[in-house]
Design a protein around this ligand. Sequence first.
Ligand code: SAM
Length: 356
Amino acid sequence: DEDLFAEPPTKIPNISSEHSKIVASHYNNLQEKGLYERSKSNIFYMRNFNNWIKSMLINEYLTKIKDNAPHGAPLRVLDMCCGKGGDLLKWEKGSITHLICTDIADVSVEQCQKRYATMAERAQNGRNKFQKMFSAEFFASDCTRNRIREQFKDVSIKLNLVSCQFSFHYCFESLKQAECMIRNAAECLAEGGFFIGTIPDANEIIRRQRESGLTSFGNDVYKISFLCDSKCPPLFGAKYNFQLEGVVDCPEFLVHFPMLIKLARKFGLEFVMKERFEDFYKKNLDQGKGLLERMNALETYPSHHNSNNGGNENYSHVAKKFDRNTKCGTVSKSEWEAISLYLVFAFRKMKTEWDD
Ligand code: SAM
């Protein structure tokens, strides 16, 4: 990739804990919308698509881990920046053994814990009594400032997977915070374990900014406003405001990927892959088409699903949208422009001195 960042490294800005407070309060105050509200949203299909990307990524790496482990070995995961627990079902489907959930937004962590409790209860009362629900622990923490391992129930636990979805970019506020977050991911992983995630593609953001020639650009779904020098963004603290239709309105930071690779290596993580969403999608389409269709269909027709509204609403607007295009390509052009801002990544924990 062409590197559009400032070279050599420019000044490292002052660290402000103010930013973390803004992020935490933003996510804490996000309302859990019911199915009906979600279905009316302009990013209805984008949300499904992003969930599908996460499912495919998580499945790919859980499979790699299972393939290399003895049969019946425990499968332990850290969901770093778990939010309200949007990936809990994915962990259940992946048959993991133990999950550690943490996020800076304490209200979100509470909601995540409640969601887990509901799932565990359902699993216990369900038909498949033999499939054991994974155990889990929850705590609120700023992963860019605290050593989160110290908050684990068992501080010496070794994990197989660390997942950080749509969140890692917050740590690129400063070198210190980036190092803290990466060390958090790296130090609890067993050798051969993976660190996976999804982040905005900084090069694509800069490319679009240059194409527009404006400090603010986007479409009816997303808007990015640069809050730093867009001509020569710093390696850390390259701040911009990101707005996404009714969901996000928050300052974020560009992640300079070559820098991430270097820092990860410092903490014993070897670069495995980085792929733009559109390429990852193409690569996984054959295998995951059915899942994406089911995700869209399940969300579309409330009879299949627990609706918060008793299933009485008129879903015709969604059904129409769905019927017009029953293939995977149900996302609108604006949604696709927002989706294609992102990339998936994976790192692998190497053999390191401090393992012994
Ligand atoms: N991972 C979840 C998902 O995919 O549904 C939530 C993603 S949400 C877009 C970003 C999350 O990152 C929010 O829940 C936010 O509170 C969390 N976050 C932001 N900065 C954080 C930090 N410094 N430490 C821990 N969590 C943070």
